[in-house]
Design a protein around this ligand. Structure first.
Ligand code: PEP
Ligand code: MG
Length: 589
């Protein structure tokens, strides 16, 4: 039966495909398709994992001390029984043979299906066996992790569907190429990076806000996504047909043929629009009144430089370097590794400037997946520059790597979340020290411009002092809104109050832009506001001449720029600043 789930629209477009449910985040599972010729080997790999667990459990039973509690022996019996469970064994075989899933994916998919059946059981004892099954599967996965897969994850291996004849498959032109969409309770930014290399055509999460980092990475991948869809991961079942409408923030489950046809049509329209925008790639971004506008890219990894260039970016306005630090179980990248990454981005941009922001971990960007920050208010805690200044040796490792990369092309160094002049002084002292360390080593490095993120209201209010110390500023509206309005940017429960057009936010943004212009220093916006076409004219009217955004948004924003008359927009924007409800007047003039 068709039903829809409402969430927040975070990454535009339409995805239609089969649902893949990401099970327990405790199990880090890589999803990929195998080749048809690898089916037997993959089944064997799953069987070996199972056999190894059976041996381990039998050994445990044999070595059990005489005074061990009897429940323990019973529990091992249950686990051994579950290992041989026909539903588990046959299900895994099915997903590998008919769908060409890798063994780990097949195991977790089947676990999900059996778990649901356990959930529906009346008998409490049987219902509780679900936890045992999870433990058994986790043991198998752990064993398989130690056993190298005979197959490498192919980037675009063939996909196959087991069942034919469903209406959806008919409408989509057959089962063979059905795309997959990921449905999860939550995805960490590090998970998202992993998905960058994967096969999913879109995703849905139960939690998250519009400018949560998970949403930002989705936009950078340019795949449709809906977050904050509350219980989507409970309501959608493995393999359901799902439409993700990333424009409206709606997920339609088990759609009828008519709905599918409608969305298929919209998908084709979006492709056409995309192709039309691509023609603007080489057109200079200039307003009707001849104001040149700088359109820059936000990137997360050095390899994203390609997407930035393809979108016609004039440079990188924000390289979120923290993504190099995530998912490494505490083993942070050393100077050499960071230098190579920054150099790759600099060379990838072929002479265009690259703005590298020093590491901004903390709050909704934990270093490691599953890590729970125990501080009461992580967003107000040891985050970003505070984290860097708390460990100066680690900070200087990053600074030296950036300075060395600057020998290969123009680099701007950007510092996140500064709020105090004392922090500015400490930061600049660390830069001097990093240079001195490189001099002492005789290492080559380049000149860099220094810039501050304006993303804490205190920084926006004392922008004049900030400009004494820096060559440029970049307004991080994602955090500026969060901190000005006291709204957690990642919390869907208060997402309706997260308002970029709140008069207080607009006043802060306007004042920073104006002060930069007065002092002849560059100010850009690198928060999500810069890539939102509904905001382009307003930001132009407030005097903004530099925008940094996900590469996928650059051409749409350029289209707005080409149609705008910045002079006329100036007056209108000033009126908007004084309005009680600026959102109501956004459409004019
Ligand atoms: C911002 O806060 O607007 C910003 C660009 O930084 P991040 O989203 O990485 O916190
Ligand atoms: Mg920020």
């Amino acid at each position: 039966m068709t039903f829809s789930i409402h969430g927040l629209a975070v990454a535009r477009g339409i995805a239609i495909g089969r649902a893949v449910l990401a099970v327990s985040s405790r199990m880090e599972v890589v999803h990929y398709f195998i080749e048809p010729g690898q089916v037997e080997a993959e089944i064997l790999r799953a069987r070996r994992g199972r056999d190894a667990v059976a041996e381990e459990l039998q050994r445990l039973q044999a070595d059990m001390p005489h005074d061990a509690p009897p429940e323990l022996a019973a529990l091992l019996d249950v686990h051994l029984m579950l290992l041989q469970d026909e539903m588990l064994v046959n299900g895994v075989k099915h997903w590998i043979t008919d769908r060409l899933y890798n063994a780990e994916w097949a195991l977790t998919t089947q676990l999900e299906i059996i778990s649901r059946q356990f959930d529906e059981m009346e008998d409490e004892y049987l219902r509780e066996r679900k936890a045992d099954l999870e433990q058994v599967v986790e043991r198998i996965l752990r064993h398989m992790r130690g056993v190298a897969s005979p197959v490498a994850p192919p980037p675009s291996a063939p996909r196959r569907q087991a069942e034919a004849g469903a209406e959806a498959e008919f409408l989509l032109g057959g089962a063979a190429d059905a795309p997959l969409v990921l449905v999860a309770h939550d995805l960490s930014p590090a998970d998202m990076l992993q998905f960058k290399q994967s096969v999913f055509a879109g995703f849905v999460t139960d939690v998250g806000g519009k400018t949560s980092h998970t949403a930002i990475v989705a936009r950078s991948m340019d795949i449709p996504a809906v977050v904050g869809a509350r219980s989507a991961s409970q309501l959608v079942r493995q393999d359901d047909w799902v439409i993700i409408d990333g424009d409206a923030g709606v997920v339609i489950v088990d759609p009828t043929p008519i709905i599918l046809a409608e969305y298929g049509f919209r998908q084709r329209q979006i492709t056409l629009e995309h192709e039309r925008l691509m023609r603007l790639r080489h057109t200079p971004a200039v307003t009707l009144d001849a104001q040149a506008i700088e359109l820059l890219a936000n990137i997360e990894q050095p390899g994203d430089a390609g997407a930035a260039l393809r979108a016609g970016a004039a440079g990188v306005g924000l390289f979120r370097s923290e993504f190099l630090f995530m998912g490494r179980s505490g083993r942070l990248p050393d100077e050499e590794e960071q230098y190579r990454a920054y150099r790759e981005a600099v060379e990838g941009m072929q002479g265009l400037p690259v703005t590298i922001r020093t590491v901004d971990v903390g709050a909704d960007k934990p270093l490691d997946k599953g890590y729970k920050d125990s501080s009461l208010n992580p967003a107000l805690g040891l985050r970003a520059i505070r984290w860097s200044l708390a460990d100066p040796a680690m900070f200087r490792t990053q600074l030296r790597a950036v300075l060395r990369a600057a020998a290969h092309g123009p680099v701007r160094l950007l510092f996140p979340m500064l709020a105090h002049v004392s922090e500015i002084r400490q930061t600049l002292a660390q830069v001097d020290l990093a240079r001195a360390e490189l001099d002492a080593r005789g290492a080559a490095y380049g000149a860099v411009q220094l810039g501050a993120m304006i993303e804490v209201p205190a920084a926006a209010l004392m922008v004049r002092q900030f400009l004494r110390y820096f060559d440029f500023l970049s307004i991080g509206t994602n955090d500026l809104i969060q901190y000005a309005l006291a709204i957690d940017r990642a919390d869907e429960a208060v997402a309706h109050l997260y308002d970029p057009l709140h008069p207080a936010v607009l006043r802060l943004v306007a004042d920073v832009i104006a002060e930069g212009a007065r002092q002849g220093k560059s100010v850009s916006v690198c928060g999500e506001m810069a890539g939102d076409v509904a905001m382009t004219r307003l930001l132009l009217g407030l005097g903004l001449r530099s925008f940094s955004m996900q590469p996928a948004q650059i051409l749409a924003v350029k289209q707005e720029v080409l149609r705008a008359d910045a002079r006329k927009l100036g007056e209108w924007a000033q009126q908007l600043l004084d309005a009680d409800d600026p959102a109501a007047s956004l459409q004019a003039p």
